[in-house]
Design a protein around this ligand. Structure first.
Ligand code: GDP
Length: 614
């Protein structure tokens, strides 16, 4: 396929607007999915169970993704389409992008390999926050955007309203909207001519030396690292030796081809095409997204780099049973081969033992990783409450990044602390406007803008501390707007903040994993709450226990538990020795399920509960 017969495009949408269903439909329409994986009869069957549908959606590969119905890892697939107008075959490369705000980075890197995008909008819900965010990402990447209104089969579909929104918000002509139902297949055939005619072919020179853009990679258990590459100029063949422009490392091309939908070897890939290359790398860390590949002895100018994945949320992850440390470590190492956006370093806690401090793109990403650890690697872990990274300027002028509350310096050592900020865009039906403004203000937000949108809706723009957003902001937003408001955010640098470390002491000994970095206005409340919660879960001990929450030497809250001699055998009247032994054994067993925190023992269950509730 010469470049003028190739189209590279992606599908962008707000979550649940039907991106996955549409992708699957495009593949099955062009015969790219084998019939036994995705039966062609599902239309006539009408409504199927949601889960059943999900399972069949080929593009969502990982188990977690399937359960949550989100695409985490971008998947890419090529298909062949015969255009009615000129009778020619076209190679259409669909580059799948994740649909959640945590994964904006993956969206932007996938878009670099495209010339066009289908912007899918739900005919009932209309334009939402991520519709806008993704549209602007696509625009910034210079893509031709084709508006697609989906779910027109639904009785509540309001196509005219959505057309109007698309016109008002982005300036699309109503006639340019493609109307489809990804579910029933209605209108699907109209998508292909729109892609062929409106998306420009890739530019690039087949005669120039090979230049490839690495835009995605993953780890395959059998084949090692697989990279997805967009050939910008020239061509690359099996057996070629290619060089990474960023590391100058050389790799032999062990295998290459197109995704159709699984890897299909082709021997070579050509200008404008998107394909996979197996370069014999050891880890996905070597496959730097945004890197340029060229042929050995034919260096080319590297493309301007991508922004690297940025971890915004950190948490300590510990094995529930400290004996499982080694197996958790191995699980992490394997997991990181498949997801290079997680960061991990060793950490030790006096309460939890050996574990890891991990960085995630966002809270959903953290959830996905925890779930994968459990489902794919059988690891049962304790996660400390998540925190954002703080920038601390010390009185000696040095700067320190702190992503573990336990490492936060004492107040007298700190000149000032800065916290990460975001700009949040919230789209909501106008009736929830007031409640949302209040929520943002309560979350230390500053309003930057508000706009009235078509269809009794408003868009609010707020500057917010990231730490507020990663706690329960999103849940609250959904709750007060009955699920209608949507949020999208981008990173907005650091800003000075009046935060302090609130530490927890048990009989004056600090329990590091319970420390938290908290804004001054919340410190009192946080301190009181955690002390109360702890009191509830600590069993009476042989000695009195003082529970305190403090900033530096200032105690914010305290509770105490009086001493009790816990003599289980006291219940045994008489001298039945076997009964007595049994009880003692039982007590020993119970001990195993206890966590030692400082001088105090806690039941495992209580401790897990405490960690979950923060
Ligand atoms: P994604 O999050 O954008 O990938 O959305 P999905 O493709 O997973 O779709 C979200 C939900 O909408 C699923 O329950 C789909 O079955 C449903 N859906 C998708 N397209 C249509 C459509 O055209 N009509 C109807 N009625 N439902 C659809």
């Amino acid at each position: 396929y010469p470049p003028n017969k190739v189209r590279n495009f992606s599908i962008i949408a707000h979550i649940d607007h039907g991106k996955t269903t549409l992708s699957t439909k495009l593949l099955s329409y062009t015969g790219t999915l084998p019939k036994n994986i995705y039966g062609s009869g599902e239309d006539s069957l009408g409504l199927k169970e949601k889960n059943e549908n999900r399972r069949e959606q080929y593009l969502d590969k990982l188990q977690v993704e399937k359960e949550r119905g989100i695409t985490v890892k971008a998947q890419t697939c090529s298909m062949v389409y015969k255009h009615k107008e000129d009778g020619e075959n076209y190679l259409l490369n669909l580059i799948d992008t994740p649909g959640h705000v945590d994964f904006n980075y993956e969206v932007s890197r996938s878009l670099m390999a495209c010339q066009g995008a289908l912007l899918v909008v739900d005919a009932c819900q209309g334009v939402q926050a991520q519709t806008m965010a993704n549209y602007y990402l696509a625009l910034d990447s210079g893509l031709e955007v084709i508006p697609v209104i989906n779910k027109i089969d639904l009785p509540t579909a309001n196509v005219e309203m959505v057309k109007q929104q698309l016109k008002e918000t982005f300036g699309f002509h109503p006639d340019d909207c493609v109307l489809v139902s990804a579910k029933t297949g209605l209108g699907i055939p109209d998508i292909f001519p729109a892609v062929v005619e409106r998306v420009p072919p890739p530019t690039g020179d087949p005669k120039k030396p090979f230049k490839g853009l690495l835009f995605d990679s993953w780890f395959d258990r059998f084949r090692g690292v697989i990279t997805l590459v967009n050939v910008l100029d020239g061509q690359v063949k099996k057996g070629d030796v290619i060089v990474s422009a960023s590391s100058l490392q050389e790799y032999e091309v062990l295998d290459l081809g197109v995704m159709h939908p699984e890897q299909e070897p082709t021997g070579a890939i050509y200008t404008g095409q998107v394909g996979y290359i197996t370069p014999g790398m050891k880890t996905t860390q070597e496959a730097r997204v945004g890197d340029t590949f060229y042929k050995k002895d034919f260096p080319v100018e590297a493309l301007a780099g991508f922004k690297p994945a940025k971890q915004m949320v950190f948490a300590g992850i510990y094995p529930v049973d400290s004996l499982d440390y080694q197996s958790l470590k191995e699980a992490f190492e394997k997991l990181m081969l498949t997801d290079s956006s997680v960061s991990m370093s060793r950490e030790h806690s006096n309460a939890l033992g050996q574990g890891f401090r991990c960085g995630f793109l966002g809270l959903l990403h953290m959830d996905v990783i925890l779930q994968r650890l459990e489902q794919e690697y059988n690891q049962i872990v304790i996660a400390t409450p998540p925190t954002v990274p703080y920038k601390v300027v010390l009185t000696n002028g040095k700067e320190k990044m702190v992503s573990n509350p336990a490492e936060y310096p004492d107040p007298e050592e700190i000149a000032n602390t800065q916290e990460p900020m975001i700009v949040g865009h919230i789209v909501t039906p106008s009736e929830y406007y007031g409640a949302i403004v209040k929520l943002c203000m309560d979350s230390r937000g500053i309003q930057l803008n508000h706009e009235h949108l078509e269809g009794e809706r408003a868009k609010l723009t707020f500057s917010l501390p990231l730490s507020e957003v990663v706690t329960d902001f999103f849940d609250n937003l959904k709750r007060i707007s009955s699920g209608y408001a949507s949020l999208d955010y981008e990173d907005d640098g650091y800003k000075e903040a009046d935060v302090q470390k609130v530490k927890v002491l048990l009989n004056t000994e600090e329990v590091d994993s319970l420390s938290a970095i908290v804004h001054r206005s919340r410190a009192q409340r946080h301190g009181r709450l955690i002390v109360k919660k702890l009191k509830k879960i600590i069993d009476r001990q042989m000695f009195a226990v003082a529970i305190q929450a403090a900033i530096g030497n200032d105690v914010l809250a305290r509770e105490s538990i009086s001493a009790m001699r816990k003599d289980v055998t006291a219940k045994c009247y008489g001298g039945d020795i076997t009964r007595r032994r049994k009880l003692l054994d039982k007590q020993k067993e119970g001990k195993k399920r206890m966590k030692q925190m400082g001088c105090v023992e806690l039941s495992q269950e209580g401790f897990l509960k405490l960690m979950k509730s923060g």
